[in-house]
Design a protein around this ligand. Sequence first.
Ligand code: PRP
Ligand code: URA
Length: 209
Amino acid sequence: MGRVHVLDHPLIQHKLTLIRDKNTGTKEFRELLEEVAMLMAYEITRDLPLEETVVETPLGPARSRVLSGRKLGVVPILRAGLGMVEGVLKLIPAARVGHIGLYRDPDTLQPVEYYCKLPTDVTERELIVIDPMLATGGSASAAIRFIKERGARHIKLMCLIAAPEGVQRVQSDHPEVDLYTAAVDERLNDHGYIVPGLGDAGDRLYGTK
Ligand code: PRP
Ligand code: URA
């Protein structure tokens, strides 16, 4: 069973509080989401493998370590996932970026796919699927299914706020996927919004409401 990692670093929790605040405007929301994504990427990459190397310092050779193993890829779920990409890329600039376009039908709450473009070598990469909100889990589960269908095997899911229902859905549909979140909130409301959550992530990010 994939593990659920609640990232409780004080800076992540502090920024999450500011992001939740209904008085935080679009510009600040966007900046904070990028910053928190960078901090979360730092935590998520803790287990990346290293290998020994030798580097020449001005004073001579030093045994040191560099990243080894699979290359990384980042796959934001459009739209709101886009708000976390730049933060992740600040720490992992060589990562390739794929995009999955999904929106949640407001009546059925089912995800509807409208775009998918992934790096050609997804089978060889470790992929981090990114979306700030894991509500019913329908969107994240579908996104993970799409990239598995295209051959990806090593997948992590990073979100900012999860509902218990979404956690359960991802664990049931994709038991091998580790999930990283800054919070698991109380519940979903009747419209499938996370309570207390932060509202509509896409709208707050892009000022569309
Ligand atoms: C939001 C959010 C997730 C999805 C989560 O996107 O960014 O993708 O809802 O809900 P779920 O877990 O119940 O599937 P939305 O559908 O509002 O699209 P948008 O990002 O384009 O606004
Ligand atoms: N999508 C959002 O943007 N917010 C929620 O609370 C649930 C789905």
